[in-house]
Design a protein around this ligand. Sequence first.
Ligand SMILES: NC(=O)c1ccc[n+]([C@@H]2O[C@H](COP(=O)([O-])OP(=O)(O)OC[C@H]3O[C@@H](n4cnc5c(N)ncnc54)[C@H](O)[C@@H]3O)[C@@H](O)[C@H]2O)c1
Length: 324
Amino acid sequence: MMLHIGIIGTGGFSKMHVKILSEMEDVQIQAVCGTSKAKAEEFASAYSIPSSYERVSEMLDAEHLDAVYILVPPMSHGEFELQLIERGIPFFVEKPLGVNVEQPYQILTELRKKPLITSVGYHFRYTDTVSQMKQLLSQQHIGMITGNWMGNMPQVAWWRDQERSGGQFIEQSTHLVDILRFCVGEIDEVYALYGNQVMHKQFDGVTAADVGTVTLKFRSGVIANISNTCVLPDGLGKVGITCYTQEGMLEWDTERLKLIEAHATSEIKKMVNPYLVENEAFIHALKTGDTVHILSDYEDAFKTQQVTVAALKSAKSGLPVRMV
Ligand SMILES: NC(=O)c1ccc[n+]([C@@H]2O[C@H](COP(=O)([O-])OP(=O)(O)OC[C@H]3O[C@@H](n4cnc5c(N)ncnc54)[C@H](O)[C@@H]3O)[C@@H](O)[C@H]2O)c1
C-alpha cells in the first residue's frame, strides 16, 4: 500500500522530514504547499515532489492525500489543522501547537468530535536515553529536577517576535517540559520570571524575552526548575536535565544519559535517531491503524502547550498559575 503525503511549509524542518520520508518504502511525497507558488515549486523540484501549491485548500482539493505534515512556525497554525480535520485527513504537526492555548483548544475540540491519527513533533520522547531516564525514574525517589535550554537566538525572522513564536519557553524549552511530563507526570502549578537583557539591543524587532526561569510543581510533589536563555554567542550552549534522587543523580543531555551514584558513574550514549523513529511511528499508524508507537498525539501535546503558555501568563502577571 503506497501512502501519499502532503507537506505544508518549505523551511528547515520540512527538509528534515522530507529527507527521512523520501527514504521510506511505500511512502510517496505527493505535494508541497508554501507561502508562495515560487517557494513551493523550488522545494518540489529540489526533492522531486510531483505537485506544488500556494494554498492548502487547493492542495487538498486536487490531491488524494493519506496524511499531511504541518511544518510551519508557531503563529501559522489553526486553519490547516481545522481543514484537515474537516476532511478527515490524519496529520503530523511540529511543536509547538501554536502561540497560545485558545487556538489549539479549538483544534482539540474538533478532534474530539472527529478523531484522527495525529502526531506532534516532540521527538525527544523517541530517544532511547529519554525512555531509559523514564524507566530509571520510575524506580527511584525523586527529590527535585533542574533543566536548561541555554543557547543563541535562531536567526529565522519569526523567532525573536513574541507574537509570532510565543517566545523561547513556548518555542524551545517546551521540549524539556514535554520530556518531564513524559517521565514524571502532570504539572499542577507554574511560576515564571522572564527578562529582556541583551538581544533587543543587538537586533531589531526582538520582543521575546531572552532570559527566563520557570518553576514547575508536579502532581507527585516533585519540584522542577527550567531556565532558558538565547543570549549566548553562536556555537555555545547547554541543553539538559538533571534529576536529583535519593539514589543519586541522572544527567540527561541531547547526546547521553549519565548515572551518578555514590560509588559509581556510568553513561549511556544515544543510539537512535529520534526523528526517524518518530516518523516511522506515524507512518506505521497510517498503514495499520495501530497508534501505539506514537508517543505524542495532539491531545497529549496540548497539555505541554498549556504548561508553557501558563508560564508566559505567570511571567506577565508575576503570580503563580495553577493548572487545575
Ligand atoms: N522538533 C524539533 O526538533 C524542531 C526543530 C526545528 C524546528 N521545529 C519546528 O518546526 C516548525 C518550523 O520550523 P522551521 O525551522 O522549518 O522554520 P522555517 O522558518 O525555516 O520554515 C517555516 C516554513 O513555514 C512556511 N509557512 C509559514 N506560514 C505558512 C503558511 N501560512 N502557509 C504555508 N507555509 C507557511 C514558511 O514559508 C517556511 O517555509 C517550528 O514550529 C519549529 O519549532 C522543530
